[in-house]
Design a protein around this ligand. Structure first.
Ligand code: NAP
Ligand code: ZN
Length: 349
């Protein structure tokens, strides 16, 4: 066991505190990673605030991890000491079910192991603790390679915000000749804009206001509309092939469905605690789809990282110290983030 520094919440609505946690010994297939940066995802906030489920404390969030390999087990073949690596939302899965065999481990039929707030049932049975810590031990198959050319701080958010938007963009075939809209310009939303633009799609941002219009256009959007303006829904009626909803709160699904063309899809990646509802007639009329998508598999996560390197893409980030996590959470909830907070783990000494 190795005792390492971390930041944790010890109860509902409590602030983050400095603490130490135990990391398991490096097994034959394990990689010990010295974490350099950890992104702050809105999912961390849903968890830390008990918005999705009753949590077990202490909770150490963090599933946007970028660092350097510090040690490898005797049977490790994919990574070596000194490599630049990342870990996303999963650290294990059964590896044997139909979905794992397809490389869609996030949909493991026996349940994948979350990087935090999970139980490592395929490993040592311990409760998982995430990336707001100086080190993590992960089985080599769930460790990604961060290509040269992407700085580690800008790479960290790709491990969740990047893959969560890349995966549906690929599945619903965003690309040339396709009109793609992104609802919400936050951590996921800004990556969706960059990725969809790099894939060649015509991209529209649907934000509540025009406050971030200049940024949105710089990120690669062709058009930018405010959803608080009712005229937007008339102007853009039956316009899009694909809409990616990244909003962390409840939205009016019917209004957004009305913006889809024949055969268009509205894909929810946002995970608000409260249920969404819709009028089925908005699906029937134009054979529309309302769908969801959860992160992406390990092979596709590597594909996304390589795609980002090829297209010179990283997240737009604000680096903070470990003492600023509570403040950053408040700012994310207030949509005062441009566009991802990343913790500099060196400040956790
Ligand atoms: P974020 O940075 O807070 O961005 C969310 C954006 O939604 C905001 O920037 C804002 O955009 C908009 N928004 C926020 N509150 C709103 C409200 N009350 N009404 C309308 N719009 C609102 O969050 P994130 O980290 O991108 O995460 C977004 C959601 O995705 C979270 O629910 C998170 O848990 C979920 N998530 C899902 C997956 C998955 O696998 N499916 C993975 C990661 C995260 P504007 O200011 O531009 O309107
Ligand atoms: Zn996330």
């Amino acid at each position: 066991m190795k005792t390492v520094n971390a930041r944790a919440v010890f109860g509902l609505n409590e602030p983050f505190k400095a603490t130490t946690i135990e990391r398991r010994d490096v097994g034959p297939k394990d990689v010990l990673i010295e974490i350099k940066y950890a992104g702050i995802c809105h999912s961390d906030i849903h968890h830390a605030r008990g918005e999705w489920q009753e949590e077990t404390y202490p909770l150490v969030p963090g599933h946007e991890i970028a660092g350097i390999v510090a040690e490898v087990g005797s049977d490790v073949t994919k990574h070596k000491v000194g490599d630049r690596v990342g870990v996303g939302c999963m650290v294990n899965s059964c590896g044997e079910c139909e979905n794992c065999l397809k490389g869609e481990e996030q949909y493991c039929l026996n349940g994948m192991t979350g990087t935090y707030a999970g139980v490592d049932k395929y490993g040592d049975g311990s409760r998982t603790l995430g990336g707001y810590s100086t080190h993590i031990v992960v089985t080599e198959d769930f460790v990604l390679k961060i290509p040269e050319g992407i700085e580690l701080d800008a790479a960290a958010p790709l491990l969740c915000a990047g893959i969560t938007t890349y995966s549906p963009l690929r599945h619903w075939e965003a690309g040339e000749g396709k009109k793609v809209a992104v609802i919400g310009l936050g951590g996921l939303g800004h990556m969706a804009v960059k990725l969809a633009h790099a894939m060649g799609a015509e991209v529209t941002v649907l934000s509540r206001s025009l406050d971030k219009k200049e940024d949105g256009l710089k990120l690669g959007a062709d058009h930018y509309y405010a959803t608080e303006d009712e005229a937007t829904f008339k102007t853009l009626a039956k316009n899009f092939d694909l809409i990616i909803n990244t909003v962390s709160a409840k939205v009016d699904v019917d209004s957004f469905l009305s913006l889809l063309k024949l055969n268009g899809a509205l894909v929810n990646v946002g995970a608000p605690p409260e249920p969404l509802s819709l009028n089925v007639f908005n699906l029937l009329g134009n054979r529309r789809t309302f769908a969801g998508s959860m992160i992406g598999g390990i092979p596709q996560t590597q594909e996304m990282l390589d795609f980002c390197a090829e297209h010179n893409l990283g997240a737009e980030i604000e680096v903070i110290s470990a003492d600023e996590i509570d403040e950053a959470y408040e700012r994310v909830v207030a949509s005062d983030v441009r566009y991802r907070f990343v913790i500099d783990i060196a400040t956790m000494a």
